[in-house]
Design a protein around this ligand. Structure first.
Ligand SMILES: Nc1nc2c(c(=O)[nH]1)N=C([C@H](O)[C@H](O)COP(=O)(O)OP(=O)(O)OP(=O)(O)O)CN2
Ligand SMILES: [Zn+2]
Length: 117
């Protein structure tokens, strides 16, 4: 079974490797949506896989780093595509949240990526 928790980040970025004239080479902002999926079987007594609040707690330090920040200035995010952001979050979160199975990063309402490690 899968459960998920959504987070919303207001962050700025630019993409340093796009060709001259590409709009994403300019500093701009997104309301990023990050969806963390955790998989497993519900505990027989609690009836849940993990408390949603525990997912929130473990993501909070990363949220604090990413929200209202320029992503390019964060170590490891000098090229902050959706793909690289998903990998960055995975690498930081997986050791703390063993049942993490998927990270979805949406840059806009129509664009995003899904990473499963
Ligand atoms: N594979 C990827 N492609 C692009 C990424 C990315 O992270 N991975 N990022 C961008 C830009 O950050 C851009 O801001 C978002 O892209 P896009 O979907 O083109 O944004 P628009 O709102 O302009 O989309 P429209 O549907 O054209 O309005 C670019 N590509
Ligand atoms: Zn962008």
């Amino acid at each position: 079974m899968d459960i998920y928790k959504e987070f919303y980040l207001e962050s700025a970025h630019w993409l340093p490797h796009v060709p001259d004239g590409h709009k994403c080479g300019n500093l701009h902002g997104h309301s990023f949506k990050v969806i963390l999926t955790v998989s497993g079987e519900p505990d027989s007594k609690m009836g849940w896989i993990v408390d949603f609040a525990d997912i929130k707690s473990v993501f909070q330090p990363l949220y604090d780093q990413l929200d209202h920040a320029c992503l390019n200035h964060i170590e490891g995010l000098d090229n902050p595509t959706s793909e690289n952001l998903a990998i960055w979050i995975w690498q930081k979160l997986k050791p703390e949240l063993n049942q993490l199975s998927q990270i979805e990063v949406c840059e806009t309402c129509t664009s995003g990526c899904i990473y499963r490690g």
